[in-house]
Design a protein around this ligand. Structure first.
Ligand code: DP6
Length: 320
C-alpha cells in the first residue's frame, strides 16, 4: 500500500508540441528525448482508506495547487474506486520553469502508484498512463535516448540507445527560476488554434524524427546538433507567431544562444535546445563539458548552472 519511485526529467531534442486528442492528452507528433541522470523527482505514494482526501507534500511543504492533476493520474493508474493517497514529493531542481519537472513527477508518480496498488509494472503500460498526465512524462519511463511514436490509438515509447552507448553531457543554464508565464498545455492549444506555422510543423516532424534517429544510431554529433537546433527553433517560431504570442525567452536566453554559437565557432561540440521556459540546455560532448560550463557561467544573466549525464528509466526505490 506504500511505494516510492524515482524518475529523471528528460529533454526533448525533437519536440512534442501540439495535441491530436486533448481529452486523452495524445500528442500530435512523435518526439525524441534524452533522459537525464543528475536531476530527479522522487514520489512516495501511501494508499490509506482512512484519509478524507488526497494529500500532497512537495519538498516538505503541503501543496494544493498541483494536487488535482496528481489525483487524476492516480485515478487512471488505480481506478476511480481507489483509496485516498498521501503523496510525498521531492525534487532537486526548480519546478515549472521549463525543466521538465512534470515529466519526472508524473513518471515517478505512475510507477509508485502502480506498485502501491499492485498494478502492472510493464513500462509500456506505465508510459501510456504517465503520458495521459503529461505527454513528456511517458519518455521518462525509459532510459537514455528515447523515442515516442504516435500509433493509431495511443503512443509507443522505446529506448533507441542506452546512455552508456553514447554518453553526452547536458549543461543547463538557469536564467530565471520562477514559474513559467503560460503552461505548456495551454500554450500548445494556442499554437494549434492560432499559429500559421502549426500545420507545417506537423508535416515536417517525421522528417526531423528520421534524421535524429539516424544521427543517434550513427552517433553523429554534428547531424544531431543541426536537426535538434532546427527543431527547437521551429517550435519556438510557432509560439512567437501565435495570438497572443508566447515568448518564453528572456535576454539571458539570447545571450546563452550566442555563447553556444561562439563555442561552436571555436570547434566545441555543443548545441542548444530550449523548452517551455527561458532555460538553455547545452548538449555537449563530455570532453567539452568544462569549457561549455565555464562559457555559460560567464554569460550575463545566468543565475545557476546544472550539469548532467544521461540517465536511467523511472524505477522503484526502497523506502522504509
Ligand atoms: C516543450 O509534456 O509538459 O517540453 O502533455 O500538456 O503536460 P502536457 O505537456 P508537456 O510538454 C512538453 C513540451 C516541451 C517539449 C517536449 O518535452 O517534448
Amino acid at each position: 500500500m506504500r511505494a516510492a519511485a524515482i524518475a529523471q526529467p528528460n529533454i526533448a531534442l525533437i519536440k512534442y508540441w501540439g495535441k491530436r486528442d486533448v481529452d486523452r492528452n495524445l500528442p500530435a507528433v512523435g518526439s525524441i528525448s534524452i533522459t537525464l541522470r543528475e536531476l530527479f523527482t522522487e514520489m512516495c505514494v501511501q494508499l490509506d482508506a482512512g484519509l478524507p482526501h488526497d494529500m500532497l507534500v512537495v519538498n516538505g511543504t503541503p501543496d494544493t495547487a498541483l494536487l488535482p492533476r496528481l489525483s487524476a493520474c492516480l485515478d487512471r493508474v488505480l481506478g476511480a474506486e481507489r483509496s485516498r493517497a498521501r503523496i510525498d514529493s521531492r525534487c532537486n531542481f526548480p519546478i515549472a520553469a521549463g525543466l521538465a519537472s512534470s515529466a519526472s513527477a508524473f513518471a515517478a508518480l505512475t510507477v509508485a502508484a502502480a506498485a502501491a496498488g499492485n498494478k502492472s509494472s510493464d513500462p509500456a503500460v506505465l508510459a501510456s498512463l504517465a503520458g495521459r498526465a503529461s505527454g513528456s512524462a511517458a519518455r521518462s519511463l525509459y532510459s537514455g535516448y528515447v523515442e515516442l511514436e504516435n500509433t493509431a490509438d495511443d503512443i509507443a515509447v522505446c529506448t533507441l540507445r542506452d546512455p552508456g552507448e553514447w554518453p553526452l553531457t547536458v549543461v543547463v543554464a538557469i536564467t530565471a527560476s520562477g514559474p513559467k508565464s503560460v503552461g505548456s498545455t495551454r500554450a500548445m492549444e494556442l499554437s494549434r488554434q492560432t499559429s500559421p506555422f502549426y500545420s507545417s510543423w506537423i508535416e515536417q516532424q517525421p522528417h526531423d524524427l528520421g534524421v535524429a534517429r539516424e544521427a543517434i544510431m550513427q552517433r553523429d554529433f554534428a547531424k544531431l546538433a543541426a536537426v535538434s537546433e532546427h527543431n527547437c527553433l521551429k517550435m519556438h517560431s510557432i509560439m512567437w507567431a501565435s495570438r497572443p504570442p508566447i515568448v518564453y525567452w528572456n535576454a539571458a536566453t539570447m545571450d546563452c544562444l550566442q555563447t553556444v554559437r561562439d563555442l561552436q565557432a571555436q570547434g566545441v561540440g555543443v548545441f542548444f535546445t530550449m523548452d517551455a521556459g527561458p532555460q538553455v540546455k547545452a548538449v555537449c560532448l563530455p570532453e567539452h563539458a568544462q569549457q561549455v560550463r565555464a562559457a555559460l557561467g560567464a554569460t550575463a544573466g545566468v543565475v545557476e548552472l546544472m550539469e548532467s549525464g544521461l540517465g536511467d528509466a523511472a524505477r522503484l526505490v526502497n523506502r522504509a
